[in-house]
Design a protein around this ligand. Structure first.
Ligand code: ZN
Length: 112
């Protein structure tokens, strides 16, 4: 399952950070999920429950921020996109550079 491997890598990163900072657990974690990342929120929740058991993330408050952004190569404006083949809202140019949206990443973590 795609979502489970994503959560596993988040757990791994969190374990490393906790060790690095000599903390005990993660108090809260903010995740950014790109709208184009193809991550299913329900599957992610399910995977999260299973994967964080007995890890530093077990009691962590999890906050998910959805987002995506692109820049138009033609007129240089930035805007939010929902689909990979969206066109620029200003000039209608389809040549976009995806700035954010394909990734799932940890935005911040508060260690305890
Ligand atoms: Zn444009």
């Amino acid at each position: 399952m795609h979502e489970l491997s994503i959560v596993m890598s988040i757990v791994e990163t969190a374990e490393e950070k906790v060790k690095e900072h000599h903390a005990q657990t993660v108090e809260s974690i903010d995740l950014i999920i790109g709208d184009l990342a193809g991550v299913d929120s329900h599957a992610l929740d399910f995977a999260w429950e299973a994967a964080v058991k007995n890890t530093v993330l077990q009691t962590a408050k999890e906050k998910i921020i959805h987002g995506s952004a692109a820049r138009c190569i033609e007129c240089d404006c930035e805007f939010q996109i929902k689909e990979l083949f969206d066109v620029c809202p200003l000039c209608g140019e389809p040549l976009l550079q995806i700035i954010q949206g394909k990734e799932l990443q940890i935005k911040s973590m508060i260690l305890n």
